[in-house]
Write a protein that binds this ligand. Structure first.
Ligand code: UD1
Ligand code: UDP
Length: 359
């Protein structure tokens, strides 16, 4: 069996890493195809180095562009590589343009697709991620759903049950594998001049928030209200998209501490010691839940409803007072829950299923 691992962005590299580690350990035949959707050192290479992943055999260096530009260029490059390499299956992870391009390019030339993190739905088709997920799920051959709820979404859309496997989410594997190492980077708190459980952490980068000046301003104003009320620092490792849009809309972050995007160990450590996390990221909602840190999601919906059900997360949208109120709510309630995303063995299950299917 020969496996193509297709990645392109920060969360895909992190969430594929547990699978890549097993394939390497078991000496299985695979190669990494990087689309180059993310390319800045701190959005890409840093994760290969820190997680000790083999370098991609191919990097298409597609870079940034409109949705069609990114997806189209990726499809052309992916097709060429797959025709040459002839893998038995291409694995894609999540809901980015890389996933959409990987799925479309593979299916058209008869390469089977395994979708890791299949079945998530926000039921909001104005989000590019939702379109990417829906299309990828409907043309995949193996769907690795992280939870029963994700499986239910797929069944509700008429996808055959034989194709769906509930495996847990590989983000749990990644957190468990790296948390101990992450805790060695506690010095980083001193570098930032902050103390354990006495700061908030935030990430905001989704298109529906930062490309909308009203929403992005509302979120920043909400975070400023929180900072005034609690009088503790807010650390914001700012995604390049958000940095660009903040400048374009002349938005002001006030006293929020803006830092460059950081490596995985430092970020995990910052998450695990935060008083509360504000985010619009999918992966960060999951990690907060796994790490037992309360989360306020700066969106009106989530494709991770399990976090709302267990009580680790609430939706606040982008209205300033609502953001403060939701933070108060999360900080005033008892925060203990069971992580619904699995036991840290999702990658193992996925590789076992691949072995059964392809020998
Ligand atoms: C993409 C995903 C999003 C995911 C995010 C993870 C899609 C449609 N969106 O959004 O779901 O949450 O990745 O972080 O695939 N840029 C850089 N350096 C980089 C990458 C991007 O400077 O390495 C800047 C460029 O100005 C670029 C902008 O960020 O135009 C957006 O990048 P893009 O890859 O198009 O989307 P993301 O916002 O990163
Ligand atoms: N992350 C990181 N450094 C940062 C911000 C995030 O390593 O400065 C990690 C985070 O731990 C999580 C992943 O990036 O595993 C989430 O990616 P992102 O928020 O970019 O995308 P999303 O999950 O929203 O698609």
């Amino acid at each position: 069996m020969k496996i193509a691992i297709i990645v392109g962005t920060r969360p895909e590299i992190i969430k594929m890493s547990p699978i890549i580690r097993i394939l390497e350990k078991e000496n299985m035949e695979f190669f990494i195809l990087h689309t180059g959707q993310h390319y800045s050192y701190n959005m890409d290479q840093v994760f290969f180095e820190q997680l000790k992943l083999p370098q991609p055999k191919y990097n298409l260096e597609v870079g940034s562009g409109t949705h069609a530009e990114e997806t189209g260029k990726m499809m052309i490059g992916i097709e060429k590589v797959l025709l040459k390499e002839k893998p038995d299956i291409a694995l894609i992870e999540g809901d980015t343009n890389t996933v959409l391009a990987g799925a479309l390019a593979s299916v058209k030339i008869g390469v089977k697709i395994g979708h890791v993190e299949a079945g998530l739905r926000s039921f909001d088709r104005s989000m590019p991620e939702e379109i990417n997920r829906v299309v990828a799920d409907h043309i995949s051959h193996l769907l690795f759903a992280p939870t029963e709820k994700a499986k239910e979404n797929l069944l509700n859309e008429g996808i055959e049950e034989e194709k769906i496997f509930v495996t847990g989410n590989t983000i749990v594997d990644a957190v468990y594998q790296n948390l101990e190492l992450a805790n060695n980077s506690k010095d980083y708190l001193n570098v930032l001049g902050i103390k354990e459980e006495n700061y908030f952490l935030t990430t905001v980068h989704r298109q529906e928030n930062v490309d909308n000046p009203k929403r992005f301003k509302g979120i920043l104003d909400g975070l400023k209200l929180v900072q005034e009320y609690y009088n503790i620092p807010i650390i914001y490792p700012i995604h390049p998209r958000s940095r660009k849009m903040m400048k374009e809309y002349s938005l002001d972050a006030g006293d929020i501490t803006l830092i460059e995007p950081i490596d995985y160990f430092n970020f995990l450590m910052l998450e695990s010691k935060a008083k509360l996390i504000f985010t619009d990221s999918g992966g960060v909602q999951e990690e907060a839940c796994i790490l037992n840190i309360p989360c306020v999601t700066l969106r009106y919906n989530t494709e991770r409803p399990e976090t709302l059900e267990v009580g680790s997360n609430v939706l606040a949208g982008s209205e300033p007072t609502e953001i403060l109120n939701k933070a108060k709510y999360m900080l005033n309630k008892k925060n203990s829950w069971t992580n619904p995303f699995g036991d840290g063995r999702a990658a193992e299950r996925i590789v076992d299923i691949l072995k059964k299917e392809f020998g």
